[in-house]
Design a protein around this ligand. Sequence first.
Ligand code: SF4
Length: 332
Amino acid sequence: MTSSPSSALSLRNLHKHFDAGRPGLLRRDDRLVHAVDGVDLDLGRGEILALVGESGCGKSTLALTLLGLERPTSGEMYFEGTDVARLRGAALKDMHKRIQMVFQDPYESLNPMMTIEEIVEEPLIVHRSFPTSDQRRARVIQALEDAGLKPADSFLDRLPHQLSGGQRQRVVIAASLVLDPTILLADEPVSMLDVSIRAEILNLLADLRARQGISILFITHDFGTVAHFADRIAVMYLGRIVEIGRTEEVLRAPRHPYTKALLSVVPVPNPRLRQKRTILQGETPNPIDLPTGCRFHPRCPIAEDRCRLTDPPAVTLSPSHSAACLLIENDK
Ligand code: SF4
């Protein structure tokens, strides 16, 4: 299997496993944590793809692997059509510049002792992107303006505590834009913000895609934030993508029971449109001891006996929509 030529990023059967625990004095724990366990995914150029799932499903480990902060255990990763395993030296460094992270917590991720200029300039210094301080300052000002902090000069000497929550998150975004990335990995970028400013940050990300053609992998546990924002939705459960499709397909006609359960608890303003809530029983199983068969079967409200034995393959529902559930063939 190869990458799609129109993709900014392609993953093929990607795995990231960790050792389960510290080796003991008498006995070593040889079990593995299956954090990412066979992910196939394409992020199109200029696309916003939402990756949705509960905490612990592997979303953040996947992002760290894409950033190069974790080495994949196996599988393939293509950046703009090139096999990342073949990249060396300057080409590998350039890829790491082109994929940037927008972190979740603007209160924790900004150093309180550094000015806004120092924070946004730091990636340029680390990557030796501009040789002179004047050039770096001009690039910092451009990044702040692209992130909606205008006039940018008025922010340069301020400290993070002198900014509002929304402005801090814009600084986080400016620090990720300053290296001129083609892909942003946004890990729950609005979950720590007041509801009133979430829409502002989502609009900013959508605007960056429209103006600069940046591809965005938007990682979230909350379906409510992606409905009017993402082009496609991928739903992740215990290290696997269990459903993927265009946003309207997944929201209008979800097919995997996990997707249906997550959607059933999204608040809906119109009481007539409310549906019966499906509260999933129990916690997400430990990724050390994966359930046999379908990994969702211990929590699935419609599981059958065969679900304990057979790992369901993805079923194609339309050219853009697929889901991995044994019962889909029955209700097509
Ligand atoms: Fe539920 Fe069975 Fe479908 Fe898995 S295969 S999601 S357990 S119905």
